[in-house]
Design a protein around this ligand. Structure first.
Ligand SMILES: Cc1ncc(COP(=O)(O)O)c(C=O)c1O
Length: 378
């Protein structure tokens, strides 16, 4: 049997998983249409509605990573020639735009510096001055590639004002920072299991408003993807009495998600958001004491993921290898415009603890003595 090495996962995800989630996954597999499993699916849907803060009937976990959910949302709502506005402030905004293009949409993008949030005023101006209305506006609430947190409430309000549907990437946001799907009026929201939800990677919670589903139903062309066609998936994750086979659900992974969601709800969403805020603040203070700069401005920081500037003269790859080999500690490299300039430290879900902060600060301190003695002495 494969024996994974000891790792403290403090990168952009996957994050560490609670032992009870792993135990849940190790239970015997049962049939995916077994009444007991159908009951579990119902419970997962109810749990996800609580975590997303929504009453949306279409709330489910796609049997695929979050990238597939991103593509599924776009593919279900977009038809050739539809006008879309994508807010880009990091890697995942770029990915959304590329996928929307592949759906045949006419894609406009509004760009923001990497490390900054999506600026609401600029999006408002783009919507006001657009030559024709947009069918959909999409953004990433928690840009994992840069550590910036955007204001989904304000952006959703703009969408309503301009009669556009909203599509929000909540992969790193879910269970780490507030998401209020119904109160903010979000239309299509997808997430991942491997960050603040505290489950292994491979599933993607999705929720879609009735308004967005009505737009999907009014399509004149079939959805390009059969697997991720919401009308078919809705039959599988629909009402328990009328479930029809669509694909074989990843039974054991769903046992794990159920347990992870149970832990989230047991802790309470507000308490969990507060924990992420409090613990990440300790990290930011520890970094400041070492003279290390955090890149996003204070009001735009994403508590579950802190992006810092690599201290002067330090060899990025060699330092991260040192952390992994000597401290069993994984942190993330910078991506895109921040490649070679930044590190990303994740404090997510089960791994978001003061102990983790102490571990990473201690490892950074020891490493800097070797890699940047002048910085360490400062
Ligand atoms: C903000 C964001 N969106 C989408 C994804 C894609 O998720 P996955 O790798 O599970 O497909 C990630 C993964 O890190 C992410 O951080």
């Amino acid at each position: 049997m494969f024996q994974p090495p000891l790792r403290y996962l403090m990168g952009p995800g996957p994050a560490s998983v609670a032992p009870s989630v792993l135990q849940a996954q190790a239970q015997p597999t049962i049939g995916h249409l077994d009444p007991a499993f159908v009951g579990l699916m119902d419970e997962i849907q109810a749990q996800l509605r609580q975590v997303f803060r929504t009453e949306n009937a279409f709330t489910m976990a796609l049997s695929a990573p979050a990238t597939a959910a991103m593509e599924a949302c776009l593919a279900n709502v977009l038809e050739r020639g539809d006008r879309v506005l994508i807010c880009v402030n990091g890697v995942f905004g770029v990915r959304l735009a590329e996928m929307a293009r592949r759906c045949g949409a006419e894609v406009d993008t509004v760009h923001f510096p990497w490390g900054r949030a999506v600026q609401v005023a600029e999006v408002a101006e783009t919507l006001e001055t657009a030559s024709a209305p947009y069918k959909l506006v999409a953004w990433v609430q928690a840009e994992t590639s840069t550590g910036a947190l955007s204001d989904s409430a304000a952006l959703a309000a703009l969408c309503r004002q301009h009669q556009a549907l909203s599509l929000v990437d909540c992969v790193t946001a879910i269970a780490g920072v507030p998401i209020e799907v119904d109160a903010w009026g979000l239309d299509m929201v997808y997430a991942g299991t491997q960050k603040c939800l505290g489950a292994p990677p491979g599933l993607a919670p999705v929720t879609v408003s009735d308004r967005a589903l009505a737009v999907c139903r009014a399509r004149t062309t079939p959805v390009q993807t059969w697997f991720a066609d919401f009308s078919l998936l809705g039959g599988y994750w629909g009402e328990a009495q009328r479930r029809v086979y669509h694909h074989t659900a990843p039974v054991n992974a769903l046992y794990g998600l159920h347990e992870a969601l149970r832990l989230v709800l047991e802790e309470g969403l507000e308490a969990r958001w507060a924990r992420h805020q409090r613990v990440s603040q300790s990290l930011v203070e520890g970094l400041a004491a070492m003279g290390i700069e955090v890149i996003p401005p204070e009001t735009e920081r994403l508590p579950p993921l802190t992006t810092l500037r690599i201290p002067e003269g330090v060899d990025d790859a060699a330092f991260r290898r040192y952390l992994l080999e000597q401290h069993h500690l994984e942190i993330g490299a910078g991506l895109g415009e921040l490649a070679g300039k930044a590190w990303r430290i994740g404090l997510m879900g089960y791994g978001c603890t003061e102990e983790a902060v102490a571990r990473v600060l201690d490892a950074l301190r020891q490493g800097l003595v070797q890699f940047a003695p002048r910085q360490a002495a400062a």
